[in-house]
Design a protein around this ligand. Structure first.
Ligand code: PHE
Length: 345
């Protein structure tokens, strides 16, 4: 009986191994281990054995059964995997190929410009500061030395919040300059900050005017700060943004919160003889700035006899447009994917 069991094991394993598909395997299983299969038939002879031999044969039979069951299960898995692969190949699918690429988002040109500038200024020890988009009249105007009857207030085309917000009036900030005051109050002097953010104006929209756009404010306050420091900051900023030195010029400009006030123009980076971007003048207006007005320092609790500073207001949207060759500001906040997809980062 020992030999018979050993033979059953060998032959059974060979049969399992040669099964070509699930059906054949099922038939092999029934023939080997089924109720009227070969193992059952063999074990019927156990009763005729000597009593001391029975347990040994029983143990051996169990081992043969376990070996056969195990190889049946393994073979079944193997056949199932092969069948699946065949099915997939039938529908033209190769499961080993990588899937379709997941669509990646991209950084908006304005945010890319903001990030590059933040990197630039962080490396110079500036702090990145943030202010709210809904701002008090006091911060947006009064603390910046723009009195109630000043025409600058009208020229900003302010979008005001509903009247019933209490004694203080609130507006959508018209520029990032209120963050000058907020940063000064919170950090005190000396300080170096840049404040990127969105600003709002009630404008008739056209290719160069939009109700929402982005600026980046810069403010440095310390002892003995003057115009040369401002010029250096502005020029190195442009170099950081455009990757090379640009020729610049300074013109007088008026803003109630700086004195003296300037407008910085840069040589048009796109042409040698005048183009659409510089409107044929070869200069583009890039950045207003100036020395912080003593009233502003005072309204933020800083002593103007001890400290001085400079501030500049960079048109982030404008910089992004120049860098990416975008000719209409209305694209910037349009959310139009046909536009945005042109700037994979
Ligand atoms: N806040 C001004 C504007 O939006 C720009 C500016 C900033 C001018 C800082 C001078 C200094 O028009």
């Amino acid at each position: 009986m020992r030999e018979q069991l050993a033979a059953l094991r060998e032959e059974g394993l060979a049969e399992v191994a040669s099964a070509q598909n699930g059906e054949q395997l099922a038939a092999v299983e029934v023939a080997l281990l089924g109720r009227s299969g070969r193992l059952t038939a063999l074990l019927k002879g156990v009763g005729r054995l000597a009593a001391e031999e029975r347990p040994l044969i029983g143990k051996l039979a169990n081992e043969v059964k376990a070996a056969l069951s195990q190889s049946l299960a393994a073979k079944q898995e193997e056949l199932a995997a092969a069948e699946l692969a065949q099915d997939l190949a039938g529908v033209g699918l190769d499961p080993t190929l990588p899937g379709p690429p997941a669509p990646f988002g991209a950084v908006h040109p304005v945010m890319q410009a903001a990030r590059d500038l933040e990197d630039h200024f962080s490396s110079l020890g500036y702090v990145i500061w943030d202010g709210p988009e809904v701002e008090s009249e006091a911060n947006n105007f009064d603390a910046l030395n723009i009195p109630a009857d000043h025409p600058a207030r009208e020229s900003h085309d302010t979008i005001w919040m509903a009247e019933d917000t209490g004694p203080e009036r609130f507006c959508l900030r018209t520029h990032t300059s209120p963050v000058q005051v907020r940063a000064l109050r919170e950090l005190g002097a000396p300080l170096r900050v840049v404040a990127p953010g969105r600003v709002f104006r009630q404008e008739a929209q056209d290719a160069t005017h939009e109700h929402s756009f982005h600026q980046m404010e810069g403010l440095v306050v310390d002892k003995g700060v003057g115009v040369p420091h401002m010029l250096h900051a502005m020029n190195s900023l442009l170099e950081g943004v455009f990757g090379r030195k640009l020729e610049t010029r300074l013109r007088p400009g008026f803003f109630p919160f700086v004195e003296p006030g300037f407008e910085l123009d840069a040589r048009c980076p796109f042409c040698k003889a005048g183009c659409r971007v510089c409107k044929g003048t070869r200069w583009i207006e890039l950045m207003p700035g100036g020395l912080v007005h003593p009233h502003v320092l005072r309204s933020a609790g800083v002593n103007p006899n001890e400290y001085s500073g400079f501030a500049f207001g960079l048109g982030l949207s404008r910089i992004a447009m120049l860098r990416s060759n975008i000719d209409d500001i209305r694209w910037m906040m349009s959310g139009d994917l046909r536009f945005l997809r042109q700037f994979p980062s």
